[in-house]
Design a protein around this ligand. Structure first.
Ligand SMILES: [Zn+2]
Ligand SMILES: [Zn+2]
Length: 171
């Protein structure tokens, strides 16, 4: 598939290009190849959709100032070190869960709550109350449920409860 995309006003084969993703602070935080076989990311909006499955997350990150820029492959990896010297890092508030906590959600819900959890969210899918069905896990905001989904890959696609974020900052 021979497709050309425009870089600096000139047509360039898509197979030679990468969508570089930039954080609000200006640091590069990711890459996405523009073409790989039949896989093609022809424009910025498509890059957003490939990068973020959730429309709510796309909306939030656009509002925060994240951007994509089409670059030649070699240029797109120069600044890609996974490091950011800014405060806050990546130009966005630190919403990572503090020690002993994790972001989790009820099974059909769309919002994440900050709940007490000591396991590994890369390995565990669920946090369940120690006392079983009659027991409850209570989030920082007061929301309670016997079980929360905590899988870190899944939770990256959901927005965080503002009351829990505020409670985290206050503690
Ligand atoms: Zn930065
Ligand atoms: Zn909450």
């Amino acid at each position: 598939m021979n497709v050309y995309l425009e870089v600096d006003g000139k047509p360039v084969p898509a197979s030679e290009l990468t969508w570089a993703h930039f954080s609000p602070c200006g640091c590069q935080c990711g890459v996405l190849v523009a073409q790989s076989g039949n896989f093609l990311v022809p424009d910025e909006e498509s890059a957003w959709k490939e990068f973020y499955e959730s429309a709510a997350i796309r909306k939030r990150e656009k509002a925060r100032g994240y951007t994509f820029k089409l670059m030649h492959h070699p240029d797109a990896v120069i600044a890609l070190g996974g490091k950011c010297p800014h405060t806050p890092q990546w130009g966005v508030p630190d919403e990572s869960a503090p020690e002993g906590f994790a972001w989790g959600k009820r099974s059909k819900a769309k919002k994440l709550h900050l709940i007490p959890f000591t396991g590994d969210t890369k390995r565990s899918n669920f946090a369940t109350a120690p006392g079983g069905y009659d027991d409850r896990i209570t989030a920082k905001c007061g929301e309670s449920q016997w079980s929360f989904e905590v899988d870190s890959w899944m939770t990256s696609e959901f927005l965080k409860c503002e009351a829990c974020v505020t409670a985290k900052e206050a503690s």
